[in-house]
Design a binder for this molecule. Sequence first.
Ligand code: NAP
Length: 311
Amino acid sequence: MTIETIQLGLVGWPLGHSLSPAIHTAALKAAGLKGNYRLFPYPPGSEGASRIDHLLECLRQGELKGLNVTIPYKRSALAWVDELTPLAASLGSVNTLFLKDGRLVGDNTDGPGFLADLIHPQRGPSLISGPMYGKTALILGAGGAARSAAAVLVRLGMTVLVAARNFEQALDIAESVQIKPEGGFERGSITPLTMDSESLHGLSPVLIVNATPLGMVPEVNASPWLSELPYPSGAVLYDMVYNPPETAFIRAGRASGLSAAGGLGMLVEQAALSFEIWTGQPAPRFEMYAAATLSLPILSTSENSSRKEVS
Ligand code: NAP
């Protein structure tokens, strides 16, 4: 009997400091599966496009079991597939590709990964208690990660405020994400805001999410929270930045007595959900989280650490 070798990978550009190979290699090993997870750092342009076409063909032929997609291809990957999951369609963004019944499917595990880490984190007890329905969440930033978080929080019935320095970006999320792919509206609501003290003053969210790169190495003293405003009392802080593990945003929040977490768990959870799609097996989250944690110090001293974090 031959044992299947599970070939997985990540396409994006640049990919120099990705933690995904370490996380998925640990997952394959802990699950007793033979396989590997390779990086495909393909630059945008015609050369990259023909290499991506080849990767997609490998997926269709079953030579590649699964592929993650990251910056700058999360949006263009919409056109690579035969089918989108409802979440990927409503986000307009794909991070996971797989073959199902001979059809290439695009899914997005970023939002569910964020939610899973918020509610059932590997790192310890949940920061969130009780139902989220009707409560207010404030998301700082309005890029792809903010869109993913807004999509899952609005589905819980939360009142989601998206604050961006470019109001139009936040408006775009509010207009597109709260409409269900099948028609009608989600249970909660999304309101766009400008990220300034006038708009953020006096808000009392139960959850504040940093979905900007502010605070990431090497700019570790930067924070998305406006220094002239106090943190809302009782709010939980979630920073999608995971390097450093304790950002200035988290540190200041904890100093004000708030509960806070960084984004490493989200990174692991989105990987775990992709792993489960590809293998049909429960992801060994403990080992995946351990691998991510162990790889992080290497990342923070690497010459690539000033670049944007990717999956
Ligand atoms: P993105 O699409 O580039 O969006 C970044 C957002 O942050 C944009 O709205 C951008 O506004 C805003 N921003 C950037 N610099 C700012 C500043 N100085 N002041 C105010 N707003 C600023 O990036 P993304 O993919 O959403 O990622 C956002 C962050 O989340 C990154 O740090 C990324 O590494 C992290 N992330 C983590 C995970 C995880 O698994 N933990 C997953 C995804 C993303 P402009 O357009 O005006 O620049």
